[in-house]
Design a protein around this ligand. Structure first.
Ligand code: NDP
Length: 293
């Protein structure tokens, strides 16, 4: 079993980005974060993203909005950032409160600043395999983990667990692209899928993104599978100061001995998501200023 070390791979990407940013002669990339409410996970994710931006030399700014903000007021804030020439990327940290239309909010961001890759235009470009668009950070990170680990995807069966707009669907689209890593045969599973374990047993590569702790067990896989565990789930753990620990969607202890490759949680996909956000922000800056690197 080979452990895919997302921390190390993300670190090398961040080092590369740091060098590239230091070579910019005029101006600095800048990413703007919008956080709505006080969700502890969102607070910690945004903090991590800001720290990484700072380490690379990317400027960042944070707008914190109240939980009861109206859709219109949120749109107004996005409009201001869209027009702000200093800002290259805008990230609206999900989840948003229930009264906010998440898709409409993501579509309010200018496609040129949509470093999260959630705008309809960028998803369309992904479908058309047009490289000028932004690819959502977590799926882009998954592809980089697969590339760095030299996992062969050509003609392989990739099973994606989960059909969300931000992870499942774009990951499946990337895996069927006519380039490597890609060229795979992809099956997407979701909560209505029947005989799920029979499908997952056929996977050469399993991407688990459903948000259920320890969901994937040994009975669901075949020896030699490579697993990318996207899930981040909090489970109670009295031995931790916080009272909980993070686990993935895969029962790592039980499943990992039978895998060719597997990502840990934490330390797998999570750090890659942050690295890809920084990559997208730099790309937005370079594109705006017509700089080639
Ligand atoms: P969503 O809740 O948006 O989607 C979950 C998907 O899983 C849905 O398609 C749902 O099906 C499916 N699902 C739920 N239960 C089952 C089941 N019993 N059997 C089969 N399919 C099921 O989640 P996200 O895609 O946003 O996130 C998934 C996980 O990844 C979460 O743990 C999240 O925290 C984590 N995550 C991690 C990131 C990282 O950087 N590492 C980034 C983003 C997310 P249906 O559509 O039918 O409801």
């Amino acid at each position: 079993m080979k452990l895919i070390d997302g921390n190390t791979i993300a670190k090398s990407i961040i080092e590369d980005l740091t060098i590239k940013v230091s070579r910019i002669k005029k101006g600095k990339p800048c990413v703007a974060f919008i956080r709505v409410g006080k969700d502890p996970a969102s607070i910690s994710y945004v903090r991590k993203k800001q720290k990484t931006a700072e380490a690379i030399g990317i400027d960042s700014e944070l707008t914190i909005l109240p939980e009861d903000i109206s859709q219109d007021a949120l749109f107004s804030k996005i409009d201001i950032l869209n027009k702000d020439d200093r800002i290259n990327g805008i990230l609206i940290q999900a989840p948003l409160p229930d009264h906010i239309d998440e898709t409409a909010t993501f579509n309010r961001v200018s496609p040129d600043k949509d470093v999260d890759g959630f705008h309809t235009l960028n998803i369309g470009k992904l479908c058309q395999e047009d490289p000028s668009g932004f690819v959502a950070c977590t799926p882009a990170g998954i592809v980089e983990l697969i590339r760095h680990s030299k996992i062969d995807t050509e003609g392989k069966h990739v099973v994606v667990l989960g059909r969300s707009q931000i992870v499942g669907k774009p990951s499946a689209l990337l895996m069927i692209r006519k380039e490597l890593p890609g060229n795979a045969t992809v099956t997407i599973c979701h909560s209505r899928t029947q005989n799920l374990h029979k499908i997952t047993q056929q996977a050469d590569i399993l991407i688990a993104a459903i948000g259920k702790a320890h969901f994937v067990t040994k009975a669901m896989i075949t020896k030699g599978v490579s697993i990318i565990d996207v899930g981040i789930n909090r489970i109670p753990d009295a031995s931790k100061k916080s009272g909980f620990r993070l686990v993935g969607d895969v029962d790592f202890e039980e499943v990992s001995p039978f895998c060719e490759h597997i990502t840990p949680v934490p330390g797998g996909v999570g750090p890659m998501t942050v690295a890809m956000l920084m990559q997208n922000t730099l790309n937005a800056f370079l594109k705006k200023h017509s700089i080639k690197m």
